[in-house]
Design a protein around this ligand. Structure first.
Ligand code: ZN
Ligand code: ZN
Length: 473
C-alpha cells in the first residue's frame, strides 16, 4: 500500500511561498521535532500516528480543507517542525541513530490515524499535564467529545511536572496592563497566609497583626524588623508563581505517554487512553486511477413514488424522474472513480425524509448529496443553485466546485451557492448539499433536463467536481 507519490503542499507564511515535501519525510520530521527523541519507541509511534492524523485532517487529497491562510496549500507554517538539515545540525553525531529510531516509529505505524465516527480527530498534545489533562471547553471554549479530562499521574517524574516563575510587581503590571495601588504607611492589605488580622489605632499606628500565623504587637514588629515607626504599610513587590504541568493540557500528555510505554503499553493503547472513544484506523491512500477511493458518498434522488411535492414542467416532466435518472448516472461515475456509493432510493418510490436522514447517519458518509430540480413562476428563469447548511465549510467548497464545472463545461448559468435550513441539511450529520440542477419551469431547460445525454453531462461534472475537491487544482 506504500505510495511514495503523495506530496504535501506546505505554505510558508513568512516567505509567502509554497514548497512540496513527500508525506513520509514530513511525518518523520514531525516526529523528530515534536517529541523528545530519547522517549520510548511506543511514545514515538503514538506521536507518529498523531502526525499522520493531522495531515489526513488537513490535506485536500484526503478531503481536508487545507491551509486556512492559503487555500491552495495543505498546511501552513502553524504546524511547526524542523527539516532534516536542521535536525542534522541539532543532533550532530547522533543524527544517524536518532533518524533510524524515527524511521522505525514511522514504518511501524504507517497509514494509521486516530478517528472518531470515521473522521480524523484533531490530535492535540502537550509536554506534561501535571496530574490531569483538560476538557476542551476550558481551553478552546468548544466541547470536543474526545478531548476529555483524564487523570494522569504517569507524568509525575517529568521535569515539567511542577515549576515556578518569579515576577516583580512591575513586570506583572506591565504584562497584565494593570496599575496597583501605591504603598502607604497607614494602609496595607490582608495577605492571606502572610499578613492578617491587622489592628491599627486612629492615627494609623499598628497595634497588632498576625504575620505568618504568629500574633505580634506593632512595637514588636517595629523593633524586630528595624522600622522607624509603628505607622507602616506594605505592598508585595514580587511573586513566586507555582505551576503544574507544561502546555494547554489537551489530549495526549507526552511525558505520560513515555511512562505508559515504559510500563509496556502500546502506541494504540496510549492514544486510546488520552483520546476518549477513538478508534485507530488505516487510511486508504488515493490513487490516480481511483481518485475517489476510500470516499463514501450517499446520493439522494429527491421525491419519488406517490409523493406529489415535486415540481412539474410545462410539458409534464416530473422532477422526481429527472432526479432519479441523474442520481443513478452520478452513482455510476462516482463508483468508477473508486467511491463507495449508497442511494436513498433506486426506483420510483417515496422514502420519507426522516428515513433518508437515518440511512445517511448510519453510513456516516463523507458527503450526502440530494438531487433536485427547481421551479419558479417566471418561465424565463434558469440555472443551477446549490444549498448547504450554515457553517459547513466542506459543503460550501464542493458546491462551488460543482457550479464551476456546470458553468465551464456545460454552460449552465450559476445562480449561486446559498445557505438554507432544509430538513435534510439540518438532520444529516455529514456535509450535505441540495443541488438544484435546473428550472423545470423553464421550457428550454425542461427539454434539456429530459435529455439522457444532458443528464449524463450533469452527472459527469458533479463527479468531476468531487475529484477536484479531493485534489489540488
Ligand atoms: Zn500527564
Ligand atoms: Zn425537489
Amino acid at each position: 500500500m506504500r505510495d511514495e507519490n503523495i506530496n504535501v503542499k506546505i505554505y510558508n507564511l513568512n516567505k509567502k511561498e509554497i514548497h512540496i515535501k513527500k508525506i513520509d519525510q514530513l511525518i518523520k520530521e514531525m516526529i523528530a521535532s515534536q517529541i523528545p527523541i530519547n522517549f520510548d519507541i511506543e511514545a514515538l509511534k503514538a506521536q507518529a500516528i498523531m502526525a499522520m492524523t493531522l495531515l489526513v485532517r488537513k490535506m485536500k487529497i484526503f478531503g481536508g480543507v487545507g491551509c486556512k491562510e492559503y487555500e491552495r496549500a495543505d498546511i501552513c507554517k502553524g504546524e511547526k517542525w524542523m527539516d532534516e538539515d536542521e535536525l542534522k545540525k541539532k543532533w550532530g553525531d547522533d543524527f544517524e541513530r536518532n533518524w533510524k529510531k524515527v524511521d522505525r516509529a514511522f514504518k511501524e505505524t504507517e497509514g494509521k490515524i486516530i478517528t472518531i465516527n470515521n473522521k480524523p480527530i484533531d490530535p492535540r498534545y502537550h509536554l506534561t499535564c501535571g496530574g490531569a489533562t483538560e476538557n476542551s471547553e476550558n481551553v478552546d471554549g468548544s466541547k470536543i467529545l474526545y478531548l476529555r479530562r483524564m487523570l494522569c499521574d504517569y507524568c509525575k517524574n517529568s521535569p515539567y511536572y511542577s515549576n515556578y516563575v518569579e515576577l516583580s510587581l512591575e513586570e506583572i503590571e506591565k504584562r497584565l496592563d494593570i496599575k496597583t495601588e501605591k504603598a502607604s504607611p497607614t494602609k496595607g492589605p490582608n495577605i492571606e497566609g502572610i499578613i492578617e488580622e491587622i489592628i491599627r489605632d486612629e492615627q494609623g499606628r499598628i497595634r497588632s497583626m498576625k504575620i505568618g500565623g504568629k500574633k505580634l504587637k506593632g512595637a514588636e514588629v517595629m523593633k524586630l524588623l528595624g522600622l522607624n515607626s509603628t505607622r507602616f504599610g506594605w505592598k508585595p513587590i514580587a511573586f513566586r508563581i507555582e505551576t503544574k504541568g507544561e502546555g494547554h493540557g489537551l489530549g495526549l500528555c507526552q511525558y505520560g505517554a513515555n511512562e505508559m510505554a515504559k510500563e509496556g503499553k502500546t502506541a494504540e493503547e496510549i492514544l486510546k487512553y488520552y483520546f476518549t472513544g477513538v478508534e485507530i484506523k488505516t487510511v486508504e491512500k488515493p490513487s490516480v486511477d481511483s481518485p475517489m477511493k476510500g470516499k463514501v458518498i450517499v446520493l439522494d434522488a429527491g421525491h419519488g413514488g406517490d409523493n406529489t411535492e415535486d415540481v412539474v414542467g410545462v410539458n409534464g416532466t416530473r422532477e422526481k424522474d429527472i432526479n432519479l435518472s441523474i442520481t443513478l448516472k452520478l452513482a455510476d461515475f462516482l463508483r468508477k472513480a473508486g467511491a463507495k456509493v449508497y442511494l436513498t432510493r433506486e426506483t420510483d418510490v417515496y422514502v420519507p425524509l426522516s428515513q433518508r436522514a437515518d440511512i445517511s447517519n448510519n453510513i456516516k458518509p463523507n458527503f450526502f448529496l440530494s438531487i433536485h430540480q427547481n421551479s419558479f413562476g417566471n418561465p424565463n428563469i434558469s440555472g443551477s443553485e446549490i444549498y448547504y447548511y450554515r457553517g459547513d465549510k466542506e459543503g460550501e467548497i464542493l458546491a462551488n466546485h460543482i457550479l464551476e464545472q456546470f458553468s465551464s463545461m456545460i454552460g449552465i448559468t450559476s445562480k449561486g451557492v446559498k445557505v438554507a435550513g432544509f430538513y435534510l441539511l439540518r438532520e444529516v450529520r455529514s456535509s450535505t448539499l441540495q443541488v438544484e440542477v435546473g428550472f423545470i419551469t423553464n421550457p428550454e431547460e425542461e427539454k434539456k433536463l429530459k435529455n439522457e445525454k444532458y443528464q449524463t453531462l450533469v452527472a459527469r461534472e458533479i463527479c468531476n467536481a468531487f475529484i477536484k475537491y479531493y485534489s489540488y487544482e
